[in-house]
Design a protein around this ligand. Sequence first.
Ligand code: NAG
Ligand code: NAG
Length: 978
Amino acid sequence: MMSCYIWSFLFVSVSVAAFFPASDAQVPGFLSIDCGGSANYTDDLGLLWTGDAGWFPLGESAAVSVPSEKRAHYYSTVRYFPSTSTSTKHCYTLPVRTRTRYLVRATFLYGNFDRSNVFPEFDLYLGASRWSTIVIYDDDKVVTREAVVLAADPAGLSVCLSNATTGQPFISTLELRQLNGSLYYTDDEARAFLSLSARINFGAPTADPVRYPDDPYDRIWESDLVRRPNYLVDVAPGTVNVSTDRPVFVASGSERPPQKVMQTAVVGDLGDLTYRLDLNGFPGNGWAFSYFAEIEEFVAPETRKFKLFIPGLPDVSKPTVDIGENAPGKYRLYEPGFFNISLPFVLSFAFRKTNDSSKGPILNAFEIYKYMHIDLGSPDAPVMASLASHYPFADWAMEGGDPCLPSPWSWVKCSTSEAQQQPRVISINLSGKNLTGNVPPEVAALPCLAEIGLANNMLTGPIPDLSASSNLSIIHMENNQLTGNVPSYFGSLPKLSELYLQNNKLSGPIPRALLSRSIVFNYSGNMYLGIGKQQEKQHVIIIISALLGASFLLAAALCCYVLTRRTIVNRRGSPPEGPADCGDAASKVLPAQKKEKLQNSNPSMQSCEIATETAHPYSLSELEAATNKFESRIGSGGFGIVYYGKLSDGKEIAVKVPSNDSYQGKKQFKNEVSLLSRIHHRNLVAFLGYCHEDGRNILVYEFMHNGTLKEHLHGRDKHISWIKRLEIAEDAAKGIEYLHTGCTPSIIHRDIKTSNILLDKQMRAKVSDFGLSKLLAAADHQEQQQQQHASTNVRGTLGYLDPHYYISQQLTEKSDMYSFGIILLELISGRPPISTVTFGEHLRNIAPWAKLYYERGDIEAIIDPSMAGEYQDVQSIWKMAEAAVRCIDAEPRKRPCMPEVVKEIQEAMALERSSSETRPAGGGCALFSPSAASVRSGGTMRSHDMVMDNLLLMDDDEDDDSSFSVSGVSKLKYPELR
Ligand SMILES: *[C@@H]1O[C@H](CO)[C@@H](O)[C@H](O)[C@H]1NC(C)=O
Ligand SMILES: *[C@@H]1O[C@H](CO)[C@@H](O)[C@H](O)[C@H]1NC(C)=O
């Protein structure tokens, strides 16, 4: 352990040296990095900026095409990370003092730096903890994220860009500002950091923010004159600006707002101050403080007393703000606030004067931060940082951040499993990296390590003591210059299956135990390695069983991985020291390589799981017997008709008979079904087998006792509670998540709808009809070739069809996300996706209807009346509505991906469950119903809603839920986009 700390110390020193050039212009505790820039310079505020070109070797730098005279110099370049990069996360490690609080600010100005106009979307992490998603939707708008965090890791504070959804991750600036007061102290800084949602200077004279040098910590106090959609709207009549030139006492060095911010305020002359604003990152728990100072001159008996009102949060109205009492004397600051308050995404609030007050309320400033969960990351992180620190000049050693989270370093694989939360390093591959010197001792300090790759280097010295690494299975140390003996502990490593030591300078006897084991062992090319008489003929011992084991490992490494491990609950439990629970390391792997997203690839390339099963062939007579000659029809869809059946062994089945039989070739059909048979997940309806006989192609599935979600939601006499709906949403989301992320290339369902979500005996949901799109696509393809016309086909079901996909004909996972968003809206509202009666005169579609009320902040209007008074926490419904609205965004790249939605559903479930524990059942809770004044005027329909509406015109029978297929969009009339 000692060596580890020494090394991390050295590592930090290297970074610090690179960061602080010999200059005294640097404000102590400030670090301003101009990403992609090459020169050091001082900006208009007098802050020293450091280009990262000299010391940050990863990624590329590029100039943005925004005119530089319009912008500060640091926005003229970006550092970006091309998608060809071997690593999927890119970290800056900033030098910090531990147990010190910092403000971290990252900015992003896209400026079309890559001349591609593909707006990037990617995630931002602080170390292993998720911070925010960066979504670019404008060439020349700066996106800013700020956090307040207590530095804990002596190796530095990493800011990482990860998981690009579209485009290439990039960053414009990175700023670190050391805080030294305790304003932002919170109870649980080890478990949560603060991510800024709003910091506003009220009554500002101009739209310019207040920052350094007025604010010694360089916080950016945004002017209340900067108006954005849904941000600081619904201002009460009678709101006036007041200001003073007299000093306001703010106790310098206290982290309170700077005097300049406190010298201006708004006052509600008619008795009310009201605002509404969207809170980035919410709903959730947050830190919210308001800052007041009396800056108006008036004399007793005049008083200023007021209370805060937030719909749905009655408790906030209890205390009265009486500035005269709270901050005796004028021009003094008073800062009431909430250390931990649950706030909605759409925050409406009012300050109202009390009856005994003569003056209206005043507000100088406020700040709202969201609590973000701190993910402790891998317990192996210090060891790995120490390992990397031996090679300060190698790119692979500079990837930074946590070795496992959010994605592992390019040369590392990590375990993850649901029971054991913290990921462990299970494989390191440093083969062919020109390593010199001894084998890094850290490899012996990774208790879960199963695979070591150190082949083809110039390593010298002995093989270290790896006897404590009882999970070691594959060791590659060939083609080095290792000396000394082959250690005898190799003989007793319980899981060892492959050991490659050839072409080294090893000497001495070979441990007997090694030779008697069923492993792959190669030790040729070691001149002085003693070989006993019986061993002479066998330099390489290969035992078939060992080979099988190895190929299993390989297959497992290719196997599906699930990206859900971002939310970590209760991480604190497992201490980094002590015996490690490695779980089944080999079967759960987060591969370092980027997930391929292929559309039309060869189906045989599709690898979802180890193909242990092949599709079971049923005979037609068997199926006829089971279904009583296709007597009982239980459903129908775009694909065909579904019949109920019972096999001779009593097993109930659903038999799907395609309506138009377009698979000519038996071989092709069999290929496709063998693909289907490889897709297994708890939340996907199990595919049991097929029948190809008599020109008929029949698919056999498990029977789902409780039918479709559609019947339960919209059927008569059916009722599902809110928590059950959330469970169903979670199940379905996990099934789809698996299709999207668990398979390579990913599978796009293309027809997600409530009638394709089936419920089993326990009312757990499974997704059906997946994988069929491929079958259909293959059939279409043939058809097209025959007809000599090239067009793609839009498939889907009215009401669920992504308008963007319909227009562009470009299919991505995000089209499934749209459909899933519609399902979420159905779950919330209990209404069908399309109807002329329920959504009013102009809207026939659930999407614009729900969005309209959501944006008005009127969630009550869309909640299924049959759930009234039954759900426990309206915040959980808000959360789902927010997720749904993001899913149905007109622009696919703004839609979340499924792992994110799964997480949000789980958070909504946690809200609902924790409320039901603390509240009496049926209590419900106060609803958020803004006054009429806050309703945004009109419900403007967006272009995609128009498309939606026109799509409906093609459909005569609105209740018909069957899939449809359209060849060549040009045949259809759809409106010009406005
Ligand atoms: C805030 O309060 C919630 C519920 O009362 C609690 O679960 C959470 O841990 C708190 N967060 C912090 C950072 O204190
Ligand atoms: C290893 O060193 C050789 C010669 O110095 C160089 O050509 C090669 O690119 C290096 N390989 C790696 C992976 O750094």
